[in-house]
Design a binder for this molecule. Structure first.
Ligand code: SF4
Length: 250
């Protein structure tokens, strides 16, 4: 059991957390992604979970995780603004693997106040409004899930290729924003590796990927891209690329 690194005063915690990250990085050196995930499950027990938005990378991780343990926690954030295709793959995934998916919803009161104040499509008006919407619909439910489940670590499907802001990332890191260890088993995977895995293992995937969506988020904030465009060009396309993180992954 690792030391409890969430909760309590933040000062001093990061030093201890960084030491733990360094130790985990040393312990997992030379492992492949499956060994890393098995090691993390063994280390953190029920205090680790996979955060899935049912995109291609998350589906690969779900398949890998279910082959190690069907008891592993998988959670998702239902923002209330998702594509119908996302709900469809969510259901296919639940049925195929016979697993419980933990679905987190935003707080009704927060959504109501935000929408009554700024309208349903506030995100198009300013970055501030877009961040408020992501805060209400994604970040608060994420933090609530972390807190309610006493999570010490989470698996995420980030890859370096997806964003210029991720070039220096390591596959285990301290997530200062969420005060938790973040584990990225697919960090160095290419897009081709992801799709080869999906095809070779019969993994269900979001139908929007076949319609030009490499990255799928909320319906009003995601669109298809043209061949050759940056992989995240379809997310918050009206904003500057440097400002495109939603706050879940800084
Ligand atoms: S991606 Fe768009 S709709 Fe979804 S939470 Fe963020 S701003 Fe709101």
């Amino acid at each position: 059991m690792p030391p409890n690194i969430t909760g309590g005063a933040l000062t001093g915690i990061s030093v201890m957390a960084q030491e733990l990250v360094d130790k985990l990085l040393a312990d997992t050196e030379g492992m492949d992604e499956n060994q890393l995930m098995a090691f993390a499950l063994e280390t953190f027990g029920d205090e680790i979970a996979l955060a899935s938005s049912f995109g291609a990378e998350d589906q690969v991780l779900t398949d890998m995780l279910c082959k190690i343990s069907k008891e592993a926690k998988i959670f998702t954030l239902d923002t209330g603004r998702l594509h119908q295709a996302t709900y469809s793959v969510m259901e296919k995934t639940r049925m195929k693997y016979g697993i419980q998916l933990h679905v987190m919803f935003p707080q009704t009161q927060d959504v109501q106040e935000m929408v009554n104040e700024h309208g349903l499509n506030l995100f198009y008006e300013s970055i501030e409004n877009r961040k408020r919407c992501c805060g209400v619909r994604k970040i608060e439910p994420l933090r609530r899930f972390i807190s309610e489940n006493n999570l010490q670590a989470w698996f995420v499907g980030l890859r370096k290729e997806q964003s210029p802001t991720r070039e220096d990332m390591k596959w285990i890191q301290w997530d200062e924003g969420n005060q938790i260890i973040k584990i990225c088993p697919l960090l160095d995977w290419s897009t081709d590796q992801v799709w080869d895995y999906i095809k070779n293992n019969g993994v269900p995937y979001n139908a929007l990927h076949d319609q030009g969506f490499p990255s799928i988020g909320c319906e009003p904030c995601t669109r298809a891209i043209q061949e050759g465009q940056d992989i995240r060009a379809g997310r918050w396309w009206w904003e500057n690329p440097d400002q495109k993180e939603c706050g879940l992954h800084k």
